[in-house]
Ligand binder design. Structure first.
Ligand code: DGL
Length: 284
């Protein structure tokens, strides 16, 4: 049963008994799956009055190894959906989607404020002692132009090791982050960075924040940089209306809402209803 009333703007997924007011200035948070919930949780912690809608495209997740044209099409459809619900700020809380679609979203929707992810190479370059930085992301992000551009801008004089972690997003989505497979994957994939003396690890996939404790087990004393809070702060800077909101939250998925509700409970300890949503984009 869709928790929507008569029009796309009648969003009835309240916290408590509150409906989202028609005129609420909402922040939309988009990711392929659960990763965006890290940014969402930080926004709520920093500004509990913010009215928020989070959309997870779990029907197509993981994005990390998908063709860029498909990821761009899904991301545009998701952004259109969030804008249609009344979000005037949209956080693309996904490095993969930011890599392939942020520029075209801004061009297509000039009235919407988009906040995107960018691999945090700059803070890593500022804090590394050994000068060796590992950037962890999906294949698409690791091979994409956004990382290349931040490395060119901020990585000068440092050795930046881009490391793709295919499979980690699935383990997180499947609730297996604490299992042995995660440890094996990380030990194998991070070995070259450990050998090279990396002392700073950048999480360039929003999902990886939920595997931070497992990454720290492998990298020991090294610094792990997760930009989720900085992105949440940026969203609140461009959306000061959040302070005048009523703290409503809507969680939407293109996948299975029952599964997502369980996943949200596991990783955030929240027990909020999740609504199914369909994006108007051909499945590729
Ligand atoms: N959480 C996303 C990112 O930041 C996408 C992961 C995926 O779907 O592969 O890259």
């Amino acid at each position: 049963m869709l928790p929507f009333g008569g029009s796309a703007r009648t969003l009835l997924l309240p916290r408590g008994d509150l409906g989202v007011p028609y005129d609420a200035a909402m922040i939309g948070v988009f990711d392929s799956g659960l990763g965006g919930l890290g940014v969402l949780a930080d926004i709520r912690r920093l500004e509990p009055r913010a009215d928020l809608v989070a959309l997870a495209d779990q029907a197509h997740a993981p994005y990390g190894d998908r063709p860029p044209e498909s990821v761009a099409a899904w991301t545009h459809a998701a952004a259109d959906h969030l804008i249609g619900l009344g979000c005037d700020t949209v956080v693309i809380a996904c490095n993969t989607a930011s890599t392939v679609a942020l520029a075209s979203l801004r061009a297509a929707r000039p009235d919407t404020a988009f906040v995107g992810m960018e691999p945090a190479v700059k803070p890593a370059a500022d804090s590394t002692g050994t000068g060796v930085i590992a950037v962890l992301g999906t294949t698409r992000t690791i091979e994409g132009p956004l990382l290349a551009s931040v490395v060119e801008r901020f990585g000068a004089g440092h050795r930046v090791l881009p490391i793709a972690l295919p499979g980690l997003v699935d383990l997180i989505e499947d609730g297996l982050v604490d299992g042995e497979a995660t440890g094996r994957l990380l030990a194998a994939r991070l070995a070259p960075a450990l050998e090279a003396g990396a002392d700073t690890y950048v999480l360039a996939c929003t999902h990886y924040g939920f595997a931070r404790h497992r990454i720290e087990e492998v990298v020991g004393e090294a610094t792990v940089i997760d930009p989720a809070e900085a992105v949440a702060r940026q969203a609140l800077r461009v959306h000061p209306e959040a302070a005048a909101g009523s703290g409503t939250l809507a969680l939407l998925t293109t996948g299975d809402p029952v599964r997502m509700r369980r996943q949200v409970g596991l990783i955030l300890g929240w027990d909020d209803p999740v609504a199914p949503v369909r994006l108007s984009v051909p499945v590729r």
